[in-house]
Design a protein. Structure first.
Length: 211
């Protein structure tokens, strides 16, 4: 029986393991840097005791912009991005509260979702993203950081919205699928006080007893 040298096999296995560990460490560093930029802090967000950071982003489109983009129905967007430290691995699970106003519909529409961990895009040069997809199907909401820390880029392909004043009315729900001019929005960072109502509402929902 031919004997297979063990040393080359062990060396190859060690090389694969080393590469995997290096890739994991690199991904962890990118995700940590993303969190620091998202929440505008120099501290490692996931390692802070009781870390539940949040950031507020808004955009209101004026008449001139809407006149140039007649296919855009969205007139205003507000998003609260939150993160909660996961006890099992110390990572961050992201969630959002979203408010949208439309030019052809009265009132404000709302959505919220728990997205899970941020991760690097499969596409080169896209960097880290928060992917908020319900199940294995496409669509959903994708959140990225702009080149500066002063804005986020929100891509909406499919999201279920509810009138903010009728959160429990299934007949009033709206399935919003972003069109060419209604899909990608650049939201500017603002003081968290601008999202106080969203923070309070989210906390109320979290504190409510399950039925």
């Amino acid at each position: 029986m031919r004997q297979i040298p063990l040393l080359p096999l062990l060396a190859a296995a060690f090389g694969v393991l080393t590469s995997a560990l290096a890739a994991h460490a690199d991904e962890a560093a990118k995700v940590d840097q993303f969190a620091r930029r998202m929440f505008a802090t120099a501290l490692p967000v996931a390692k802070a005791p009781g870390a539940n950071p949040h950031a507020c982003f808004v955009r209101t489109y004026d008449a001139a912009h809407l006149a140039r983009h007649r296919g855009q129905t969205v007139t205003a967007v507000k998003m609260l991005v939150r993160a909660e430290k996961l006890p099992e691995d110390g990572g961050l699970s992201y969630s959002y509260e979203l408010r949208i106003n439309f030019r052809d519909r009265p009132g404000e529409y709302a959505a919220s979702f728990t997205c899970g961990n941020a991760r690097s895009s499969d596409l080169p040069r896209e960097g880290v993203r928060i992917y908020c997809h319900d199940g294995c199907e496409g669509g959903g909401v994708e959140i990225a950081l702009a080149p500066s820390n002063k804005a986020i880029i929100v891509k909406i392909e499919d999201v279920s919205l509810q009138p903010a004043d009728k959160p429990d009315d299934p007949d009033a729900a709206l399935e919003f699928r972003g069109s060419a001019e209604d899909r990608t929005f650049r939201l500017d960072r603002v003081d968290s006080e601008n999202c106080d109502s969203l923070i309070a509402q989210r906390d109320e929902v979290a504190a409510a007893p399950s039925k």
